[in-house]
Write a protein that binds this ligand. Structure first.
Ligand SMILES: Nc1ncnc2c1ncn2[C@@H]1O[C@H](COP(=O)(O)OP(=O)(O)OP(=O)(O)O)[C@@H](O)[C@H]1O
Ligand SMILES: C[C@H](N)[C@H](N)CCCCCC(=O)O
Ligand SMILES: [Mg+2]
Length: 241
């Protein structure tokens, strides 16, 4: 459900892996939406890999989302949960907690941060996940491990899948799409992001993905050089805004 309230749509942006262009695409999405006059808010609930600054931990992805949101948001509003180490977040948490303290990432805090942004009534909230679809939060409930995807399921958010175009992405894309749908969620669209500038048969791979993923194709972002951004390569008409 992209239409979260009468005024606000929210999209959870996931990817086939870490480092495949989720932030790059989120930035493009925010810029394209801003250009069309939508008010926007970026949200990066969990960030691992931060600079330790006098103002607190600062993550590059969250700063990018903050800078490209049309709403004026504080860093903490964009990124409530931050870890310094650039590793799996639940392991980063484990390194920082003391013996006996809670060592799982609380979904409550992720949900609260999101609801807070929702109350500001932007037209669109663009949420960037961390890693891929099944990002572990640590801990378990009734014997089952907990994942960031539970937050998306609880709120029935629409998902945008960024496929990092490189050899192996077909399998990763199909598994991710299957998992999203098995969780009862809708894939609002997918983006082919060319992380590997030299990938052979990109067109043929995109054709294969079109039929394998079976969701609106929001565009192909080439391997860009210099300051060029992803926004102009995204087809917002494919999104249910
Ligand atoms: N289409 C592209 N053209 C040029 N550079 C790109 C493209 N897509 C991604 N990049 C670059 O590749 C790197 C990884 O992209 P990005 O940070 O967006 O990945 P991510 O999926 O958000 O990673 P993480 O899991 O750490 O959040 C960045 O330096 C980004 O600028
Ligand atoms: C540090 C990195 N760039 C991301 N922020 C976190 C990626 C976590 C991946 C976890 C995993 O699935 O193995
Ligand atoms: Mg990122």
């Amino acid at each position: 459900m992209g239409h979260l309230t009468d005024n606000t749509r929210a999209f959870f942006v996931t990817g086939t892996d870490t480092e495949i262009g989720k932030t790059f695409v989120c930035k493009g999405l925010l810029q394209a939406l801003n250009d069309k006059g939508y008010s926007t808010a970026g949200y990066k609930p969990i960030a691992a890999g931060c600079d330790n600054t006098p103002g607190g931990l600062r993550n590059e992805d969250a700063l990018t989302l903050q800078a490209n949101s049309s709403l004026k948001l504080s860093y903490d509003e964009v990124n409530p949960i931050a870890f310094e180490a650039p590793i799996a977040p639940h392991l980063a948490l484990k390194q920082t907690v003391k013996e006996g303290e809670v060592h799982y990432i609380p979904i409550d805090k992720i949900r609260e941060g999101f609801i807070h942004l929702l109350q500001k009534e932007p037209n669109v909230i663009v949420i960037e996940g961390a890693g891929g679809w099944r990002l572990p939060l640590g801990g378990s409930y009734q014997g089952r491990p907990r994942y960031l995807s539970e937050f998306v399921s609880e709120l029935n958010l629409s998902v945008i899948l960024v496929v990092g175009m490189r050899l192996g992405c077909l399998n990763h894309a199909v598994l991710t799409a299957e998992a999203i749908r098995n969780d009862g969620l809708k894939i609002a669209g997918w983006v082919a992001n060319q992380v590997d500038a030299d990938m052979p048969l990109v067109d043929e791979n995109i054709d294969s993905l079109q039929s394998l993923i079976n969701a609106p194709f929001l565009g192909r972002v080439p391997a860009l050089k210099g300051k060029e951004q992803a926004g102009q390569y995204l087809n917002l008409a494919g999104l249910d805004l």
